[in-house]
Design a protein around this ligand. Structure first.
Ligand code: IFM
Length: 446
């Protein structure tokens, strides 16, 4: 058994997102989001689930903050629902929507928990979708105006801002695979979205700097380890392209270098919006930290029969309830890669966690597998710190079981169990274990 100690001031946190937990999507003058519309479209979501109630956090946030406090949580990453603040995405402001986040932030600060605000975690105002959503170039202005308003109103208390959560998923799961809102299946739209997300991110960072408020701003990116299945030249190149396309390089190369990743750009050039190169200088803009989301990994092999010659294979490792292989070393690879490739001032793991089939027995949830999963990933995070990564915090996905997008409520990722009938929260064994990790600031590996 070895015990690894984390740096003093390391931020142990949990993460959530507005549509996944809040419920009351139209309360207090909010406009509908694309997710509200999508979930109310038959056939889109497992079992016809919606976010209408979710964890009822909009009304129970005080109890949820108290719960976090009782676990010793130091940081809370949550997202703000754009259509609560701007019901039509732009123009008229809805003060009652903002008031909810005002109260939440005050409650967190009172509990000694540092707020990390994600400005966009997928719930675009439906009114903006009606005029093209993320495919419309003007979204860079709509988004930065929205972000700027948050900086002005909440920037006295929020010191960590994340512009976008997993822009890859918005572009490809939402616009190419059609599994997420807005449910489109068009490759040209998907690449236009990537580009407009980068433009919007950059404009918001510019607005943040112009406000001259104290605080840090970054972006959160999804990652899936893509290791070559062999040392064969073709497998190596395919794995490289898969990494550039699926992971942080697709967004961080433009942000840090003003270019899309080299190998990839030759392949996808034809799908990029016309004249995209003219925007690259503006996209390149310093950020203060990078947020890494990491869950799983695959092996990559070249197969000419597959689109772009890309075939992914299992490592042969155990899987979570999502069917995702548990590959903790991939977290180390991502952290190390980000530090070496861009040398960001700070790095946060903004999401990591796992879904398992949880059962309540005598009022308890013995989720041994989740503890093992987290322990293995914490250990890799520690290894990365030892090897020079400026990792400052770790946000477990997620505080409590919630609406897992197209999977509805069928997948449970929480360290707290949500009983959706009664809204009772039950701290799982993993939650108790995590509380102990936080209080000791260390992890014991078996
Ligand atoms: O639930 C999601 C979250 O909204 C974004 N990252 C991945 C999580 C698990 O699928």
């Amino acid at each position: 058994m070895t015990n690894v100690k984390f740096p003093k001031d390391f931020i142990w946190g949990v993460a959530t997102a507005s549509y996944q937990i809040e419920g009351s999507p139209l309360a207090d003058g909010a406009g509908p989001s694309i997710w509200h519309r999508f979930t109310h479209t038959p056939g889109t979501i497992h079992d016809g689930d919606t976010g209408d109630v979710a964890c009822d956090h909009y009304r129970r946030y005080r109890e949820d903050v108290a719960l976090m406090k009782s676990l010793g949580i130091k940081g809370y990453r949550f997202s703000i629902s754009w259509p609560r603040i701007f019901p039509k995405g732009k123009g008229r402001i809805n003060e009652r929507g903002l008031a909810f986040y005002d109260r939440l932030i005050d409650e967190l600060l009172k509990a000694g928990i540092t707020p990390f605000v994600t400005i966009y975690h997928w719930d675009l105002p439906a009114a903006l979708q009606d005029i093209g959503g993320w495919t419309n170039r003007d979204i860079a202005y709509w988004f930065s105006d929205y972000a700027d308003y948050l900086f002005q109103r909440l920037g006295d208390r929020v010191k960590h801002w994340i512009t976008l959560n997993e822009p890859w998923a918005t572009a490809f799961v939402g616009h190419l695979f059609g599994e997420h809102a807005p449910g489109m299946k068009d490759i040209f739209s998907a690449f236009a979205v990537v580009h407009n997300e980068l433009r919007a991110h950059s404009k918001a960072v510019e607005a943040f700097r112009d406000e001259n408020i104290e605080g840090k701003i970054g972006i959160t990116l999804s990652n899936h380890s893509m290791k070559p299945a062999s040392q064969n030249e073709k497998d190596l190149t395919t794995a490289r392209v898969a990494h550039e396309f699926t992971n942080y390089p697709l967004f961080l190369d433009p942000i840090y270098k003003g270019l899309y990743p080299e190998t990839l750009s030759h392949i996808v050039e034809e799908y990029m919006p016309k004249d995209y190169l003219q925007d690259m200088d503006e996209i390149k803009r310093p950020i203060d930290f990078v947020g890494i989301n990491y869950y799983s990994g695959s092996l990559v092999r070249f197969n000419p029969e597959k689109p772009f010659g890309l075939e992914t294979l299992d490592h042969g490792l155990p899987k979570t309830e999502m069917g995702w292989e548990i590959y903790p070393e991939g977290l180390y690879e991502m952290l190390k890669g980000v530090q070496e490739d861009y040398d960001p001032g700070e790095v946060f793991i903004t999401e990591n966690g796992a879904a398992f089939k949880d059962v309540v027995e005598d009022g308890q949830v013995h989720d041994r597998e989740r503890i093992d999963y987290l322990r293995a990933h914490f250990t890799q995070a520690h290894r990365a710190i030892k090897d020079g990564v400026r990792l400052r915090g770790y946000f477990v996905w997620t505080l409590m079981d919630n609406f897992e997008w197209a999977y509805g409520y069928s997948k449970r990722f929480g360290i707290v169990y949500t009983d959706y009938k009664t809204q009772e929260r039950i701290v799982k064994d993993s939650g108790k274990w995590y509380a102990n990790v936080i209080s000791e600031n260390s992890v014991t590996s078996e």
